[in-house]
Design a protein around this ligand. Sequence first.
Ligand SMILES: [Zn+2]
Ligand SMILES: [Zn+2]
Length: 298
Amino acid sequence: MLLQNTPDRLALGSLLVALTVLALKITAWKMTGSVALYSDAMETVVNVAGAIIAWMAIRFAARPPDANHPFGHHKAENFSAIAEGTLIVVAAILILQQAIAALWEPESLDLSVVGLSVNAAAAMANLLWSRVLIGAGTRRRSPALDASGRHLMSDVWTSVGVLGGLGFAALTGWGWLDPLMAVLVAFLILREGWKVIKSSADDLMDSAAHSQDREVIENAVRASSAGALQIHDLRTRRAGQAVFVEFHLVVPREMSVGAAHDICDRIEAAIDEQIEQVRTTIHVEPDFHIKKHGLEPD
Ligand SMILES: [Zn+2]
Ligand SMILES: [Zn+2]
């Protein structure tokens, strides 16, 4: 059932999961008084904000092209991923501040099994949902869903580290392990935020389609271009969930415009069949434009 879910429904699902996880993590913090668990809960506030941003961006990106944005609004998703990355970085800095303060003035801890289990349940919810998001994000090439999923996965590792550290602190009675774990968490979160920002910024720079998509496109072009002589200067670029493809199609110089256009329509349909949300533009050339390197029709 989840497989058929649209990205905007998945983004709404993220919001529900984030709110549930936030409630659980705040409960765990209140039960234990742990700075590390407080940090973990504060980071989840970012998830709530991130889910709202991703949901709005996905809806905005799906708007049809208009006069001001004739190529569509796909890149709204990349912007939301950058916003999410920035939020992650801000959360890390807030946690760091809190943890360093607690290092000087340790607070009383009550590391009950129940308190830690509540946080563990929240981490489990994050783990399951991040798998759903990363799967859907990859399948639909949605940067917003992918960023949310990877973000959640980093939260899971954070929780695992925190719970491990706190469990150890409970066994040994070393209370200073708590703020120290919080500092470690802050650095892990900072790193994830940077990674999300970096990959989204890269996408905004008109990065090429993923290599498996490029292969699929090249195969579709070769298989559907009978009658043409060569395909060269094939370029692809990604924008949000969309892929733009353009290339030169060399045909015999005496071929009629009608016949050349029929080949173009065939190729466009073949690519359409393989890749979702693709837009293909073809430039037709006579045979003396043949280049040394290019694709040949099968
Ligand atoms: Zn050319
Ligand atoms: Zn046409």
